[in-house]
Design a protein around this ligand. Structure first.
Ligand SMILES: *[C@@H]1O[C@H](CO)[C@@H](O)[C@H](O)[C@H]1NC(C)=O
Ligand SMILES: *[C@@H]1O[C@H](CO)[C@@H](O)[C@H](O)[C@H]1NC(C)=O
Ligand SMILES: *[C@@H]1O[C@H](CO)[C@@H](O)[C@H](O)[C@H]1NC(C)=O
Ligand SMILES: *[C@@H]1O[C@H](CO)[C@@H](O)[C@H](O)[C@H]1NC(C)=O
Ligand SMILES: *[C@@H]1O[C@H](CO)[C@@H](O)[C@H](O)[C@H]1NC(C)=O
Length: 385
C-alpha cells in the first residue's frame, strides 16, 4: 500500500491484464471463526505525514478503525522495528483515538509496498521466525496501546508463501487468544491487507489461503485500486473501477472471487482510493476512458484527491462520472485524471452494503479534500443501516 506500490503492482497488472462489536476473548474460540465486525469505516494513516496530519486532526465521526502505516520487520531477527518517531507518534495516535468522541480503534500495520516481500517470506517459512515475529508484534502493540495488528505483505510470491501465510495466521491467532486470556485484556484484532482478488498470476499462479483467512482473521482488506496506471502508457483508464465488462480486473470481480474463496462477506473491508491516476492525452479532443495517451501525466502519474479538486477548479476541468465503470475522470487540455469522487464513492459504499461486506477502508487518510470522501462514505453507510 502506498504509491510506491506502483512497482509491485506493475508486475502484476502488466501480466494480469451501526457499530462495532468488541471482539471478546473466549476460551472456546481458539480455533473457531472470529465474531464478525460490522460497519468498519477505516483508513490508513501515513505516519510520515504526522506533522501535517497529526492524530488530533482525525475526524473520528467518519472512522471506526485507523491503521498506523507502517512499521517494518528486521530481516534478521524478524522482530518489529520501531524508530524514535514511532515511539512518539504511536503514543499520540492510540491515546488520541481512544479519547476522541466517538472513540476509534487503532491498528498497527506492518509492511506496506515499501517493505521487502522476501523478509516476510523468510519470516513465515520457519516456526522460529513466525514465533519471533508474533511475539514481537504483540509486545509492540500492547506497549503502545493498539487494539489490533495488520499484516500488509505485498505479496506472497508463490504457493509455498501462501501456505506459510496460513500457518502464520493460525499461530498468530492462537497466541493472540492465549495472550488475551492470560492478561485478561480484550484480544488484539487480526487484519490482513491483500490483493484485490484471492488469485494472483504473476510470476506464477497462486491463491491466498481462504480457509485460514476465514478461520483466523477479523478484517480482510482487499486493495481495490491500482488496476491500471502509467505503466500502461498508451491509454487512459479507471484505476479502481467497480465494473469492467472486458476483464476480471475490477472490484466487483475481486469481491465475488473472495466470497467464492470461502471468506465471510462480513470479513471483507473493501479498499477505496483517495487518489487518482493521471495520463497525458495524445489528442485533447479524445478524452474518454481508453482514450489514446502518451504516458503518465501530472504528479508523476498520481494525484491525491485534494490536488485533483484544486486541479479541476484551477483549470476549469471537465468532470465526468462514468456510470458503467463507477468511476470519475476529469480533463483539461491534455491533462487527464481518473479517480473516485463523492459520487463514485457513494456508489461503491452502496455496493459494499448490498454485498453484505463488513465495511470499507481508504488509502490514504491525508489525501482527502476537506473530508469530502470520508464524510460521503460514512453518511452513505449510515443511511443504509
Ligand atoms: C504503446 O505504444 C507503443 C507505440 O505504438 C508500443 O510500442 C508499445 O508496445 C505500447 N505499449 C503498451 C504497454 O501497450
Ligand atoms: C475471469 O474469471 C472467470 C472465473 O474466475 C474465468 O472463468 C475467466 O476465464 C476469467 N476471464 C479472464 C479474461 O481472465
Ligand atoms: C469553463 O468551461 C465551461 C465549459 O466546460 C465554459 O462554459 C466556461 O466558460 C469555462 N469557464 C472559464 C472561466 O473558462
Ligand atoms: C447507472 O447504472 C445502474 C446500474 O446499471 C443503473 O441502474 C442506472 O440507471 C444507471 N444510471 C445512469 C444515470 O445511467
Ligand atoms: C469543509 O467542510 C465543512 C463542513 O463539512 C464546510 O463547512 C466548509 O465550508 C468546507 N470547506 C471548504 C473549503 O470546502
Amino acid at each position: 500500500m502506498a504509491y510506491q506500490k506502483f512497482l509491485s503492482l506493475l508486475v502484476i497488472t502488466l501480466y494480469e491484464a451501526s457499530h462495532i462489536a468488541a471482539a471478546s476473548p473466549s476460551p472456546l474460540s481458539s480455533l473457531s471463526p472470529p465474531p464478525h465486525l460490522c460497519g468498519v469505516k477505516a483508513a490508513y494513516w501515513p505516519s510520515w505525514q504526522a506533522e501535517s496530519l497529526p492524530p488530533s486532526s482525525i475526524p473520528t465521526a467518519y472512522f471506526t478503525h485507523l491503521f498506523y502505516a507502517f512499521v517494518l520487520i528486521d530481516p534478521n531477527t524478524f522482530q518489529i522495528l520501531l524508530n524514535p518517531n514511532d515511539d512518539q507518534w504511536m503514543e499520540s495516535f492510540t491515546s488520541t483515538l481512544h479519547t476522541s468522541t466517538p472513540r476509534a480503534k487503532a491498528i498497527l500495520s506492518i509492511g506496506g509496498a515499501g517493505a521487502d516481500p522476501a523478509t516476510f517470506s523468510a519470516m513465515a517459512s520457519t516456526s522460529s521466525g513466525r514465533s519471533a515475529f508474533i511475539q514481537s508484534s504483540i509486545t509492540a502493540a500492547r506497549h503502545h496501546g493498539f487494539d489490533g495488528l495488520d499484516l500488509d505483505w505485498e505479496f506472497p510470491i508463490n504457493a509455498q508463501d501462501m501456505s506459510n501465510l496460513a500457518l502464520l495466521l493460525k499461530e498468530w491467532r492462537s497466541v493472540l487468544n492465549q495472550e488475551s486470556l492470560t492478561t485478561a485484556t480484550p484480544r488484539l484484532l487480526l487484519s490482513v491487507a491483500v490483493y484485490y482478488s484471492p488469485d494472483l498470476s504473476y510470476p506464477g499462479p497462486r491463491a491466498y489461503p481462504g480457509d485460514a483467512i476465514r478461520r483466523y482473521v477479523d478484517i480482510l482488506s482487499p486493495m481495490c485500486f491500482d488496476y491500471h496506471g502509467g505503466w500502461e502508457p498508451n491509454a487512459t483508464a479507471a484505476h479502481a473501477l467497480l465494473y469492467d465488462g472486458k476483464s476480471n480486473v475490477s472490484t466487483s470481480y475481486g469481491v465475488a472471487a473472495w466470497k467464492r474463496g470461502g471468506v465471510a462477506p462480513k470479513q471483507i473491508v473493501m479498499g477505496m482510493p483517495a487518489y487518482g491516476r493521471t495520463w497525458t492525452l495524445e489528442d485533447p479532443n479524445q478524452h474518454g476512458i481508453g482514450a489514446p495517451a502518451v504516458g503518465a501525466g501530472q504528479g508523476g502519474g498520481v494525484l491525491v484527491y485534494s490536488a485533483i479538486v484544486e486541479f479541476n477548479t484551477g483549470n476549469n476541468a471537465t468532470v465526468v462520472f462514468d456510470n458503467a465503470t463507477v468511476s470519475t475522470y476529469s480533463y483539461s487540455g491534455t491533462n487527464w485524471v481518473g479517480y473516485d469522487d463523492a459520487t463514485s464513492i457513494a456508489s461503491k459504499v452502496k455496493f459494499a452494503m448490498a454485498q453484505g461486506l463488513g465495511g470499507y477502508f481508504f488509502w490514504a487518510l491525508g489525501d482527502d479534500s476537506n473530508w469530502t470522501l470520508a464524510k460521503t462514505a460514512s453518511m452513505t453507510w449510515d443511511s443504509g443501516n
